[in-house]
Ligand binder design. Structure first.
Ligand code: FES
Length: 145
């Protein structure tokens, strides 16, 4: 299963639970380092993206710009980790944290909580306010189970 702290989570458990803010969704069977995948989460029109950073960690964000809701793109070649870029007014967000690093967006990109199961598949398991711990979200979901 997925190891979160000392808790092992199977894909089946993920499928039923997650963090309680939105249903779990498998977004990729495999996501190599330096690659991104887009998906709709939690609703059909809520665009999101998961990125595996070069250190192997997986991050997820809404790709609806917090300025005027244009679609945010991943610029892989910028800096060590790439960046999330909004072409409408040149808003820029950190790929690691979603924080605004340039331009007019007033808030960070909302996070999508991502986990990887023991098969290497990547799941979206809920949403989180920026700065909220992903582990806290998962643990809360498990406690509710
Ligand atoms: Fe994204 Fe303005 S809509 S920077």
């Amino acid at each position: 299963g997925l190891v979160v702290g000392s808790t092992v989570v199977s894909a089946g458990v993920l499928h039923r639970h997650g963090d309680g803010t939105a249903p779990p969704l498998k977004v990729a069977e495999h996501l190599p380092k330096g690659q991104a995948v887009t998906f709709n989460y939690p609703g059909e029109h809520d665009r999101a993206m998961a990125i595996r950073l070069t250190d192997g960690s997986v991050v997820g964000y809404s790709t609806v710009c917090t300025h005027l809701a244009c679609g945010v793109l991943w610029r892989k070649e910028r800096g060590a980790e790439g960046e999330l870029y909004c072409p409408c007014h040149e808003g820029v967000f950190s790929a690691r944290t979603g924080e605004v690093t340039a331009g007019p967006p007033p808030r960070p990109l909302p996070r999508v909580v991502m986990v990887e199961d023991d098969q290497g598949a990547v799941w979206a398991i809920g949403t989180a306010r920026s700065g909220e711990s992903e582990r806290a979200g998962l643990c809360r979901g498990l406690e509710e189970s």
